[in-house]
Write a protein that binds this ligand. Structure first.
Ligand SMILES: Cc1cc2nc3c(=O)[nH]c(=O)nc-3n(C[C@H](O)[C@H](O)[C@H](O)COP(=O)(O)OP(=O)(O)OC[C@H]3O[C@@H](n4cnc5c(N)ncnc54)[C@H](O)[C@@H]3O)c2cc1C
Length: 453
């Protein structure tokens, strides 16, 4: 009986778990998959990105969770590759490594005043309201209750999520799994105005209609759109004519432009052809200088020189996520992804058997959760092809006990699948005590303590 092929999948977001699932589904080879995750809990951005009030999308966790019960698949949580173990360590213990560690860095605006207090990245704000162990609680629990005017820069789905969470009341969020301290801070919010800025026009916005529509259905917020922003140039009109989703978005926004505001305590201002050029303030942000833009022939935006100020004490930049490099792993710093051919990592221009990539760190931060399934399955097909051709290099210690012993020597407290199940049960119990499905445990120390038998 040949020994099982040992595969390390680094990252337990959708791409990692879909890769593990594809590996566990094949029957040609005996196989063991360790899903190595730096956090004590699985699911990546499905737990720490997807908006907590989008319960049906978040429920994809239930499908992903089943992968951890498949024969041969282990969750190896609380192990950070690059710190707790090196890439060389992994190659010594596994026949193949699949990088699925996501793209959690944020992009910057590159404008004066960006580092003033009150200017934050959407990545950090989202991490806070989802209860990510690395989130800066002190920062946001100080900032959110003091916020009155907020500028959200960007008009993709993440910007819409951030806007909705800030505009909702606590009763509208109470059924979610948000940590209690997040709900408490949001409950103390004094936000009156949220300005969402897009540097291009409504036909170029990337949000989906379902997400957009929700902004007009909030209990305590009016939505305001300037009808002049919805007048389309011929290029924008042709996008609307050829893309049904964009046409639907326009229809929703035109409906809002016709609405008379109802005098609700919060207002969401959807503003197109507007880009921030400076954040002003002394102690912290007090105002955002915004330049009017116009579309260029290639569909981009250029400034018109026409400036105005928006009063705001919080600015959330939501201009994209970005992959970051891991020591000893090839990285294309222009595109912020790991270079590959058909999912095989490229080193010095050539694909190397034994090293693969899937998900956001392969494609960049695009697509929906399901996109990662097709992507991870294609990568696994390349891996299995190399295994069948006998191309995978032989590791020095291809035994799971050797890998476990290595982690123990490094003093790493591994969270196993059973440990994660204990965390899961504890979160459900906390939720039940408040009449909801789950309450997310925020602190890493608390997660680790719940994981222990
Ligand atoms: C705010 C936000 C909201 C979104 N909402 C939706 C939505 O509503 N619907 C939808 O379809 N899609 C949504 N998406 C997109 C979706 O979340 C992504 O497509 C998906 O999560 C990408 O999967 P991934 O596995 O490549 O990366 P991730 O989900 O980021 O997973 C990467 C994992 O790797 C781990 N990791 C990182 N570094 C290391 C390391 N050194 N060692 C070990 N582990 C490591 C991370 O902790 C993480 O668990 C959203 C994304 C964001 C950012």
């Amino acid at each position: 009986m040949p020994r099982p092929l040992r595969v390390a999948v680094v990252g337990s977001g959708p791409s990692g778990l879909y890769a593990a699932d594809a590996l566990a589904s094949q029957e040609a080879l005996p196989l063991e998959v360790d899903v190595i995750e730096r956090l004590p809990v699985p699911f990546g951005l499905v737990r720490y990105g997807v908006a907590p009030d989008h319960l049906s999308i978040r429920s994809v966790r239930d499908t992903l969770d089943k992968v951890l019960d498949r024969p041969g698949v282990r969750f190896v949580g609380n192990v950070r590759v690059g710190t707790d173990i090196t890439v060389t360590d992994l190659h010594g213990c596994f026949d193949a490594v699949v990088w699925t560690y996501g793209a959690s860095g944020d992009r910057r605006l590159g404008i004066p005043g960006e580092d003033l207090a009150g200017s934050v990245a959407a990545t950090d704000f989202v991490a806070w309201y989802c209860g990510h162990p690395d989130a800066d609680r002190t920062l946001f629990e100080d900032l959110v209750p003091k916020a009155t005017g907020v500028v959200v820069v960007g008009i993709g789905n993440v910007a819409v999520d951030v806007t909705r969470v800030l505009a909702k009341t606590v009763p509208e969020l109470d059924h979610t799994d948000m940590p209690q301290h997040v709900l408490d801070a949001l409950g103390r919010s004094q936000v009156t105005d949220i300005h969402v800025l897009g540097r291009r026009g409504p036909a170029q916005a990337t949000f989906t209609t379902k997400e957009l529509r929700e902004l007009g259905e909030l209990a305590e917020a009016d939505i305001l759109v300037d009808p002049a922003d919805l007048v389309l140039d011929p290029a924008s009109q042709s996008i609307v004519d050829s893309d049904k989703a964009v046409a639907r978005n326009l229809e929703v926004m035109r409906g809002w432009a016709d609405r008379v505001p109802e005098g609700r305590p919060r207002r969401i201002h959807l503003r197109f052809f507007a880009r921030p050029v400076e954040l002003r303030g002394t102690e912290g942000v007090q105002a955002v200088v915004v330049e009017r833009t116009r579309l260029t022939v290639d569909g981009g935006a250029e400034g018109t020189g026409e400036l105005h100020e928006i009063a705001a004490n919080v600015v959330v930049r939501s201009v994209g996520y970005r992959g970051t490099a891991l020591d000893e792993v090839p990285f294309d710093s222009q595109r912020s992804v790991i270079p590959h051919v058909d999912g095989r990592v490229q080193r010095d221009g050539a694909a190397v058997p034994g090293e693969y990539v899937a998900g956001w760190i392969k494609r960049g931060p695009t697509g929906i959760i399901g996109t990662n399934k097709k992507d991870a399955t294609a990568t696994v097909a390349s891996l299995l092809e190399d295994a069948a051709a006998g191309l995978l290099p032989e590791p020095a210690s291809p035994d799971s006990a050797d890998f476990d012993a290595l982690l123990a020597r490094r003093g790493v407290e591994v969270v196993t699948t059973a440990g994660w199940r204990r965390i899961d049960a504890a979160e459900r119990a906390r939720g039940a005590a408040r009449g909801r499905d789950r309450t997310t445990i925020h602190a890493a120390a608390d997660l680790l303590s719940e994981a222990r038998p």
